[in-house]
Ligand binder design. Sequence first.
Ligand code: ADP
Ligand code: MG
Length: 618
Amino acid sequence: MTDIIQLLPDHVANQIAAGEVVQRPASVVKELLENAIDAKATSVKLVIKDAGKTLVQVIDNGIGMSTTDARLSFERHATSKIRSAEDLFNIHTKGFRGEALASIAAIAHVELKTKTEDLEIGTQITIEGSEVTSQEAVVAPKGTTISVKNLFYNIPARRNFLKSNPVETRHIIDEFHRVALAHPQIEFIMLNNGAPVFNLPSSNIRQRIVNIFGAKTNEKLVPASEETDIVKVEGFVIKPQFAKKSRGEQFFFVNNRFIKSSYLHHAIFSAFEGLIKDGSHPGYFLFLEVDPKSIDINIHPTKTEIKFDDEHSIYAMLRASVKHCLGQFSIAPILDFKKDSELETPYEYDKKKPVAPTIEVDRNFNPFDRELKQGNISFPFKREASHSSTTDSWEAMYVGLKNKESQLDVASIEFESEEVTGSFFETDESKPSDFTFQLQNKYIISPIKSGMLVIHQNLAHQRVLYEDLLKNITVKEAISQQLLFPLKLQFSTLDIEIIKSIQEQLEHTGFGFSSFEKDEIEINGIPVSVRESEIKNVLAKLISDINNDLPDAGFSQNDILAKSLAKSLAIKTGTILTIEEQEHLIHQLFACKEPTVSPSNKPVLMTLDVSDIDKKFN
Ligand code: ADP
Ligand code: MG
């Protein structure tokens, strides 16, 4: 048999590539706008006619091209943006595949006019179906104008496949929005059939959103901002009460590139859980910044999908930051801890001396002296419903510290949460917990300006532990108590596999594993907050939680782990807490990112307003 394989001519190869890159006029808009941005334009104008079917034109004031570059720009795999394969993992430009202009030129009539800063004269090239039909020197301002006419003129099937003008125009506007939102500092203008549609001056992101979506949007936005080593999140979410029935405004950018990711959308969606009605969609404009080396953009020709090295952490982080910003927004109007003494002190109650709680203190208490006190020394709360001995409980450390008489080196660990309470309790005087008390060993009651605060002690402590654990798992540091004699625990082979699969996360919470056998594990370190005798139960509970949550396990294992441990370790209902323990818990709670709900989404606290109480007396 004779040889039958042939290399395709360039224009055919380009047409095939165009099938991937150019689906509709909006794809041309996206590629041309992105090229203008890569060319460092500060002003970009988009002109369309007939929904882009007759004309898509982009005019920019960027760096322009030399004559040779102008010619080369239409070759396939011709790009100024990367040089080697390694560059693929360090992309700072929108484009890099060098195929957009070649593809577009294969399926349309294209005219390019361009001039660089330092050249006197510019270049004009016309090209049809990959054939250059003319090239001449022209007078032109600095920058580039590309006109794409009669898209799919040589592929009638594709042209017929295009939707009605309103639909195609909608697609174009969507692309325009995406690019314009990602680059608020650049001026964008859009004209449709000669009429101006958008005129967006250079601005900040909030103004850009408002300029695009209208003045009413401003009051709907809640800012989000969070930063860790692996990702920085900035932007806005739309207040839950403005969630729309249709998908609406959902914009997600990674390194200023609009990205579609149903996985990360889920992170945002789940942060809104319980806040919006079923069937409504959250709105958001979120900008993630990650190290370009930690993502792969080159997995899809249109570059709207990317692969993250560490998608799970980004998921967790994104969800946490959205929850955080929603939490701040919803808590702020309810809780007002600023004291207004006139309102609060009927019949001179304030002149009466409060009864000081009596606390017995062992001034020689040493938290590291595990021989003396059995049990869990660094843990701020006793977990039995007993109040007999004060020496091994947390208040001893607290008072000792205040009197500067104890030799506590770990003070910073125990009290770090108090430093961050600043945002809630701005001054010492405005602390809510001038006095607190426990109701039925279940709730902590604390007066606030508007009435009183009722805190569910178990759920509150779950929240505190949950955020701590999650932080340890993500930041990857935890304090561990080394066991003198390793603990051998029997589990089924399947259960051991589960523990193995989360070994790393468990180690970040303080667990240490010395060996894994078929049906036995050996533990040589445990988190400071857990007693040795509880370990088996804690792990068993964790395994069962992970099993029950299996469908989600792929992306929220850290979450399940933190939730499960927090639930196992939190002080239980029925536990008596001293005043200091109550106060400490309140402080820790309000140092949390999201103090109002428990890790399993139950309310942690409620406020009872004086006005509500007043009603009872009418
Ligand atoms: P890519 O953007 O992936 O590099 P394109 O086919 O979109 O590939 O563009 C090819 C090259 O043409 C670019 O790398 C750039 O050097 C040049 N170019 C395209 N558009 C412009 C423009 N508006 N201004 C200046 N240079 C441009
Ligand atoms: Mg490009």
